[in-house]
Write a protein that binds this ligand. Structure first.
Ligand code: HEM
Length: 405
């Protein structure tokens, strides 16, 4: 049997949300790394694509934006959904020179000065949110902490006025979690409509927020069209909330499942927290995959990829590749080195990296300081998405830490 035929049932399972809800796609990825690390998947509901599961080939693709383009989309979409509306318009879905112009503006805004301002706001919000949860003695961690905190931060950097935040919170919750696809897409349309109004306002009266920066971006001598600015705002809202929520909640569950690692972190927070966050990112790898389209014929892992072919990089698999991580299925808060690909690599490397780490750190700091004992208060549920891997719910019981002194 050819490697492609060996891989096909495994790839089909990776395209089924039920695999992720059940919680162990890792066995499939391990088998594919060993037997068919670069395997062709015939078109079905999804377009045909090359499936990449090893660290080396994935890094090679992500580091070569000239040969592997982002502009037609970066997520696997069923053929029936057609092209991604953000194609060639958002930061993530563009190639140079457009990518360079957008990246300069957005990455520039996340300079240390603005991050420091966000970090004060974030520390305060984390302290109050965790204090409220500890006072009640229980929390549904995903919805009450991991979802709300990043959303508050995104609203702050996009300059969304306080009085509008409840609406954004409600639409974002519905856009991610509502029961039906119709409700989810209606909530999403509300968000796009809201941003259209906000962008017009900021074009008339610019502030020092990121929406104003985007509203002022010029490309090829002209301001970006309104729709492009709106789609970029929407991407920041989604990028800035969804992955942080999943990394934070999946990371906390890993600490619960590995009490020795939780003890290590509590005992020596300052010395351990940075490596612990990297390990949480590697372990959760919430963005399961990123796609690219080949712009030229190229050889990859012994296979001939043709110009125009779609390539799927399974980041979660790369982050468990034993060729790069010793004992990859162990959760080790002191792991070094830890060159995971959870935030991508190359020119599209996550622009929100520092902010995401600050957010996770703030919550960990408050948990280690304020919580004495934490345990599960029910069974955590997982999402059934093929795009993001992680928890839908994480019910916890919390007891306060003993007062010091
Ligand atoms: C733990 C949290 C996060 C994870 C796991 C994550 C993951 C990723 C990954 C894998 C990429 C690379 C995409 C590619 O190569 O095509 C990326 C890019 C991006 N992320 Fe994040 N992200 C996180 C947090 C954030 C935050 C907080 C923001 C917003 C402030 C954000 C905004 C973006 C944007 C705008 C891009 C596109 C960058 C570009 O194409 O140049 N992300 N992220």
């Amino acid at each position: 049997m050819s490697p492609d035929m060996l891989a096909s049932p495994d790839i089909a399972a990776l395209l089924d949300g039920a695999t992720y809800r059940a919680g162990d796609p890792f066995t499939l990825w391990r088998r594919m790394r060993e037997r068919a690390p670069v395997a062709w998947h015939e078109p079905d509901v999804f377009p045909g694509f090359w499936s990449l599961t090893r660290y080396d080939e994935i890094k090679e693709v992500l580091r070569d934006a000239g040969t592997f383009s982002s502009s037609s989309g970066i997520l696997l979409r069923p053929l029936a959904q057609g092209d991604d509306p953000g194609s060639n318009r958002t930061l993530a879905l563009s190639d140079p020179p457009r990518h360079t112009a957008l990246r300069g503006a957005i990455a520039g805004w996340f300079a240390p000065r603005n991050l420091r301002m966000l970090s004060d706001f974030l520390d305060r919000t984390a302290r109050e949110t965790v204090r409220a949860a500890v006072a009640v003695g229980r929390t549904e961690f995903v919805t009450e902490i991991a979802a709300t905190l990043p959303l508050d931060v995104v609203c702050a950097f996009l300059g969304i006025p306080d009085e509008d935040r409840p609406r954004i919170v409600e639409w974002s919750t519905d856009a991610f979690c509502a029961g039906s696809a119709e409700e989810r897409s209606l909530a999403h349309l509300e968000i796009l409509d809201y941003f259209a109004g906000l962008v017009e306002e900021r074009r008339a009266r610019p502030g020092d927020d990121l929406v104003s920066v985007l509203a002022g971006v010029r490309h090829e001598g002209a301001p970006l069209p309104l729709d492009d600015v709106v789609l970029n705002c929407d991407n920041l809202l989604v990028g800035g909330t969804e992955n942080v929520r999943l990394a934070m909640s999946g990371g906390l569950l890993a600490l619960l499942d590995h009490p020795d690692q939780w003890d290590l972190l509590r005992r020596d927070f300052d010395a351990t927290v940075d490596t612990a966050i990297e390990e949480m990112l590697r372990w959760t790898s919430s963005a399961t995959h990123i796609t690219r389209r080949a712009t030229a014929d190229v050889e990859l892992g012994g296979q001939r990829v043709r110009r125009g072919d779609l390539v799927v990089c399974w980041l979660t698999s790369a982050n468990r590749d034993p060729a790069h991580f010793t004992d990859p299925d162990d959760f080790d808060v002191r792991r070094t080195p830890n060159r995971h690909l959870a935030l991508g690599t190359g020119s599209h490397y996550c622009v929100g990296t520092q902010l995401a780490k600050l957010e996770i750190k703030a919550v960990l700091r408050e948990f280690t300081a304020q919580v004495g004992e934490m345990r599960l208060d029910g069974t955590p549920e997982r999402l059934d998405s093929i795009v993001v891997n992680g928890l839908r719910s994480l019910p916890l019981r919390l007891t306060p830490a003993a007062r010091r002194g």
